[in-house]
Write a protein that binds this ligand. Structure first.
Ligand code: GAR
Length: 209
């Protein structure tokens, strides 16, 4: 049974999708804790309601980024995770933190990486006149919103889209690809080849919607 810890900052809809799919599809895994950097993160209530342990490590209560990363790592390690999942976790994590969880730290980002790392992805995709957008699940490296790509979804950018409309279309695909990528991880189906590219043998690594 693989132990999953999920980090959130807000609504937590990706976390919910993972928790639900894990139970429905009887993955060889359990979400053992949900940790937020804000006490008012909406997703904490869902986790508590499902009987999942929750914790808050408030970045504002820490004197530095390094101190926050260390407090967060201590909280995470208390749950002995095999996999740490960033699901809308909106803090930049330092190199030491990333190294500690190397190869077992996943993130989802709402763009077709390597396009538009960082904030305001949908606004930037619209401003660039992109005709497609999407989401990317990747292994986390010290380089923000980079790292080996596990899975991507693509959606059309439609005439008349605003940020909210595009975000909603992309989010619907996140709820498909993130649980699938986590499932592949806990089932041991992801491999990094010599070039640092993720290979997996069980189904397509892209969803087009
Ligand atoms: C998602 O769209 C996720 O891709 C994005 O935040 C949202 C969280 O939604 N993450 C990032 O922008 C990270 N760079 P959720 O809390 O409902 O899962």
């Amino acid at each position: 049974m693989k132990r999953i810890v999920i980090l959130i900052s807000g609504r937590g809809s990706n976390m919910e999708a993972i928790v639900q799919r894990c139970a429905e599809q009887r993955w060889p895994a359990a979400v053992v804790a949900v940790i937020a950097n804000r006490a008012d993160a909406g997703g904490l209530a869902f986790a508590r309601g499902r009987g999942i342990a929750t914790a808050v490590v408030d970045h504002k209560a820490q004197p530095s980024r390094e101190a926050f990363d260390a407090a967060l790592a201590e909280a995470i390690d208390g749950y002995g995770p095999d996999l740490v999942v960033l699901a809308g976790f909106m803090r930049v994590l330092g190199a030491a933190f990333v190294a500690r969880y190397q190869g077992r730290l996943l993130n989802i980002h709402p763009s077709l990486l390597p396009a538009f790392p960082g904030l305001h992805t949908h606004r930037r995709a619209l401003a660039a006149g992109c005709k497609l957008s999407g989401a990317t699940v990747h292994l986390v490296t010290a380089d923000l919103d980079h790292g080996p790509i596990v899975m991507q979804s693509a959606v059309p950018v439609l005439a008349g889209d605003d940020e909210q409309a595009l975000a909603a279309r992309v989010l619907a695909t996140e709820h498909v690809i993130y649980p699938l990528a986590v499932r592949w991880f806990v089932e041991g189906k992801l491999r990094l080849d010599d070039a640092g590219i993720v290979r997996q043998a069980d189904g397509a690594s892209q969803v087009l919607m």
